[in-house]
Design a protein around this ligand. Structure first.
Ligand SMILES: Cc1cc2nc3c(=O)[nH]c(=O)nc-3n(C[C@H](O)[C@H](O)[C@H](O)COP(=O)(O)OP(=O)(O)OC[C@H]3O[C@@H](n4cnc5c(N)ncnc54)[C@H](O)[C@@H]3O)c2cc1C
Length: 494
């Protein structure tokens, strides 16, 4: 069977740059329906765990242990990336923090490593392992509002649920755009989106966490501030299971404007002219604005967003790019909720390989070999090269001091993406992907975003965590001394 190259429209949906036809409520209701069904059926079953750990009292209202023969096994182990098919020995479907503690106890007793899944969107399926215990948190998705507009989120709150809950209250946190990403995986590895240049990364807004550690103890970061530091960028599946996340929230803007520019049939010369113009423009971007540069085959899409009321001065700041474009579509002052829904993207699992392709300070670091990147991307149909703006308040020195996210000085994050709909196309895409990654690496691009992992990164420890890796190892030794939480790129014990 033939592999499918996604059409531009399909690609835009997948990449979260899609149209309004991706209705939020369809997506939301579907997931809830499936999960409720899981719970209702399980509730009526006899207790699966008839032999709990003596010290901890729990029931099947706290955790349900599921094995391979259970009909829900496949649904509960599946992540967003269909490229992976992993088979945990036991799945602990946790409903409460006590349930998580019981699951950790059981893993210790059964001598199983643990992987932790919230939204299931890990690019490399790090949230599920084979022959280990999968702690599935999908039912732990409650929200609690506190004083001073602080909010407690359970780990599997999905971004579309958070926006649906927050926006009527006129509050936001700076988070990502894809509706089905889980808050835990996002915030523990950094987290950026349209509001980050103003309010910092998602992890910078995390004020407190509670976590069940590798000893089965419930740890509060109030008493362990170094754990909060670690979980602001380095917390994905490394030290324990985060069960509560406290965030400060911000006033939501009233409206959101987006400006989409398209360029077709690019050749190398025009590509170089456009990327230079884009870096010139984004070098002076206001903190309320964001931009993405997306090369898909010979078509370039530039997205610019701004959550200040539309104004002509801002729009004229990218006149050069507008004048060079084949198509220009501005959408002024949309209500924020409607605007965000446009970027929720696909909810169904996909075959894909996505990864960070380097963080940059500016075009100077990549200029010399950009023509090669362009040629490789256009000669591998289905390959997408994207650069996103970070910078702004993400570079705030207090955020830097208080978090393990190490890459504050890089205002640009690039990523490679490829999608296919048939498993047999995988090799072709992975080979081309690796060639481009090698090119970046050979030219000295080595800082990478932890939430866009690539299993093939050499020296992933410093690529993700820079100089903070050693301290993360110390924290690992304290909270997970038996290395229960372990996967291909988990922080290692010293
Ligand atoms: C379609 C798509 C769009 C994306 N868009 C953005 C974006 O706009 N901005 C951005 O910054 N990132 C984005 N990402 C990347 C995203 O931030 C990461 O994939 C994130 O880790 C997903 O979190 P999750 O909870 O959904 O995934 P999971 O697969 O459940 O978890 C991811 C990692 O976190 C660990 N983890 C999960 N829950 C816990 C917990 N409770 N305690 C401890 N460890 C835990 C897992 O073990 C795993 O290592 C996107 C990813 C996809 C697939």
């Amino acid at each position: 069977m033939e592999s499918k190259n996604y059409s531009k429209r399909e690609f835009l949906k997948i990449a979260g740059l899609g149209s309004l036809s991706l209705i939020f409520w369809q997506c939301y209701d579907f997931k809830k329906e499936e999960e409720n069904e899981l719970l209702t059926e399980s509730d009526s079953e006899p207790k699966l765990n008839s032999n709990p750990e003596p010290k901890l009292e729990f029931t099947d209202k706290d955790v349900i242990f599921i094995t391979r023969n259970d009909e829900k096994y496949n649904t509960l182990r599946q992540g967003f990336n269909k490229r992976f098919d992993k088979f945990p020995k036991t799945i602990a479907l946790c409903l409460t923090t006590i349930g998580v503690q019981a699951a950790v106890q059981k893993a210790k007793t059964d001598k199983l490593k643990i992987s932790v899944k919230s939204g299931g969107h890990s690019f490399e399926a790090f949230s599920c392992g084979t022959d280990s215990m999968l702690i599935n948190l999908s039912q732990m998705n409650k929200t609690q509002w506190l004083e001073n507009d602080e909010v407690m989120l359970q780990p599997a709150c999905l971004l579309q649920e958070i926006y649906a809950e927050f926006l009527p209250k006129k509050r936001i946190i700076p988070a990502g755009s894809c509706g089905t990403v889980g808050i835990a995986g996002l915030a523990l590895g950094g987290g950026y989106g349209f509001f980050s240049r103003k309010y910092g990364l998602t992890c910078d807004n995390l004020t407190r966490i509670k976590m069940v550690d590798g000893n089965g103890n419930l740890i509060d970061s109030k008493e362990n501030p170094e754990l909060l530091w670690a979980c602001r960028g380095g917390g994905n599946g490394n030290f324990g299971v985060v069960t509560e996340m406290y965030f400060k929230t911000h006033s939501a803007p009233n409206s959101f404007s987006s400006y989409r520019l398209k360029y077709r049939n690019l050749n190398q010369e025009r590509f170089m002219q456009l990327i230079q113009a884009w870096f010139n423009f984004t070098g002076n971007l206001p903190q309320e604005a964001f931009s993405a540069f997306v090369l898909n085959g010979k078509t370039l899409t530039i997205l610019v967003t701004n959550f200040l009321n539309h104004n002509a001065t801002f729009e004229s700041s990218f006149d050069e790019l507008k004048n060079l474009s084949d198509e220009y579509k501005p959408t002024y002052n949309q209500p924020l909720a409607n605007a965000l829904k446009r970027y929720y993207g696909r909810k169904e699992p996909l075959f894909f390989k996505n990864a960070s392709a380097g963080l940059y300070k500016g075009i100077e670091e990549i200029q010399d070999f950009l023509p090669k990147v362009f040629e490789k991307v256009i000669s591998n149909s289905g390959m997408i090269y994207q650069i996103n703006t970070l910078g702004g308040n993400i570079q705030n020195s207090d955020f830097e001091k208080n978090s393990s996210y190490p890459h504050r000085e890089y205002p640009y994050l690039s990523e490679l993406q490829s999608y296919w709909d048939n498993a047999s196309a995988e090799n072709k895409f992975l080979t081309a992907f690796e060639e481009i990654q090698q090119l970046f690496h050979s030219k000295g691009i080595s800082a990478q975003y932890r939430n866009y992992p690539d299993i093939n990164f050499p020296n992933w420890e410093t690529a993700y965590y820079g100089n903070n890796y050693k301290k993360l190892q110390e924290i690992k030794s304290k909270f997970d001394p038996e290395d229960l939480f372990s996967f291909e790129q988990s922080v290692r014990l010293k």
